[in-house]
Write a protein that binds this ligand. Sequence first.
Ligand code: ZN
Length: 197
Amino acid sequence: MRYATGVTILKIAHIGNPVLRQRSRELSREELALPATQAFIDDLVETMRAANGAGIAAPQVEHPIRVCVVHVQKNARYPYMPDIPLTIMVNPVLTPLTSETFQNYEGCLSVPNLRGLVDRFTRVELAYWDRHGAETKTTLRGLSAGVFQHECDHLDGKLFVDRVHDTTSLTTWADFEQFHKAAFVEQMTALVAREGG
Ligand code: ZN
């Protein structure tokens, strides 16, 4: 769908599409500066917003380059999640700052109607270029750290289902609401209070 502003909502690849299973390639600063790449980043952000995603990675729209975006603002899919400002990451490198993990009930725009429990580090450092190629470094905690780990996984061809150890945690979204949400939100509220994110 192309809007008058020139932004396009891109088609999201679903699990089974090989593009989700390959390692995406790094971008050079020259390629990043191209108008086509900048327009693609705008499209990626709008595609995430249109799908109510907390984040999206370029391979999810069949573009296997190392670009991903995160934005959480009163998210309808994840109402318990703290807000995260729009973050556009190019060639991100993620480093855990602790061996401590928490269990996150994740979902994914590329895995329709499924959620499952995944271990994520509670604190990570993320080094990346912003959309203009400027080097940036940030520390993320708690649930917010989980979102960035999920998006960076996409760039290496990994989906959250690969990290689900306890397959009895797998649930549809409706059944998550009915059977798992209350306990999970309680745990996440405690995590966010403790970690500040
Ligand atoms: Zn995903």
